[in-house]
Design a protein around this ligand. Structure first.
Ligand code: NAG
Ligand code: NAG
Ligand code: NAG
Length: 306
């Protein structure tokens, strides 16, 4: 046992430093799908270890709850991003995936207009980080092919849209942290052709939810749009139910304000569609802790020995 624990500790000590980053390039639905694919192909992660979550970042303001939500992130200066943590040495590979998200100099969803969809990268330290040069170099083959480079410039919060410009704002994650989006924006199909993702992708929702790898936010629509039949208690704790439950029909005053705001309605191609459709409510087979959770627990146990 001692040797096993020692080996575990050694593995933990030599494990390479992980860095928390985020990427934004238009609607976060398809960005999340591509980064989950990247976690699989670049790092060999499987469903129990994926991390990519949709969220908001890059704004200078927060709402009264100290967060930002789909209903207010535009007004508070944020953009849609996907956050995850990756080994330091894989940042270049994730950079290469990021550049693939663009079509020419634009996000793929050019109908999504305005700063709420601006291109963004978040790294600890922002422009001062060595990782900026790494990410910059990761576009070299694309730049050679296309004949131009994307400029990486310091984001100062609430920055303008990048549409039509070879420009990506770089944020310091210490100053502009990642705010996880509502659960109903996680593992969501995209609205563009090819965006009707495999059910195994959509079902990551249940896995992340049951393992608490994503959290119920304080956002007003966290529970209202809950197509998985999750019952909300005080907009915090939630109990997944095996059968679809009737979604709440009353819409609070905050929700009405959101519905009335032109800034916060979904883009025209998506309005009133996917969020309202019932989804497969079966939960994945549980009982075996996932490998990632198990490893974390083992490390905690190992710490107790020393
Ligand atoms: C992370 O990668 C950068 C760029 O390759 C390097 O300069 C830095 O030392 C690395 N940091 C750690 C903690 O390994
Ligand atoms: C990225 O690389 C290009 C080409 O070498 C260079 O012109 C540009 O200044 C670099 N940008 C940053 C932020 O390092
Ligand atoms: C629902 O998802 C479960 C796995 O979570 C799967 O076994 C089942 O076949 C799915 N049902 C339908 C109708 O897609």
């Amino acid at each position: 046992m001692r040797r096993f624990v020692a080996a575990l500790l050694l593995a933990a000590a030599s494990a390479e430093e992980e860095v928390r980053i985020y990427f934004g390039c238009g609607c976060f639905w398809h960005v999340q799908h591509e980064l989950i694919k990247g976690e699989s192909t670049i790092l060999g992660r499987t469903a129990s270890c994926y991390q990519s979550l949709t969220g908001y970042a890059g704004g200078t303001q927060l709402n009264a709850k100290g967060h930002t939500c789909y209903g207010d992130y535009t007004g508070l200066g944020h953009t849609e991003v996907v956050g995850l943590s990756v080994p330091n040495s894989s940042v270049a590979a994730f950079g290469a995936e990021f550049w693939k998200l663009f079509v020419g100099q634009d996000r793929v969803d050019t109908m999504d207009r305005g700063p709420a969809y601006r291109a963004a990268i978040g790294v600890p330290g922002g422009m001062a980080s060595e990782l900026v040069a790494v990410i910059n170099r990761s576009q070299a083959s694309r730049a050679a092919r296309d004949g131009w480079w994307f400029r990486l410039e310091a984001g100062e919060g609430n920055d303008p849209d990048t549409l039509g410009k070879p420009l990506v704002w770089v944020y310091d994650t210490n100053k502009y942290p990642f705010y996880q989006a509502e659960r109903y924006h996680q593992f969501h199909d995209d609205f563009l052709p090819g965006g009707d993702y495999d059910a195994t992708y959509n079902q990551l929702y249940s896995l992340f939810d049951s393992e608490e790898r994503m959290k119920a936010t304080s956002c007003p629509k966290e529970c209202v749009n809950n197509y998985l039949g999750v019952q909300c208690i005080d907009n915090k704790a939630s109990v997944p139910s095996p059968a679809p439950s009737t979604p709440p029909t009353t819409v609070g005053s905050q929700d009405q304000a959101i519905a009335a705001s032109p800034l916060t309605s979904p883009s025209p191609t998506t309005s009133g569609s996917k969020d309202d459709q019932p989804r497969n409510t079966s939960r994945p087979v549980s009982g075996t802790p996932s490998q990632c959770v198990l490893l974390v627990k083992l490390l905690l146990v190992a710490k107790l020995f020393f």
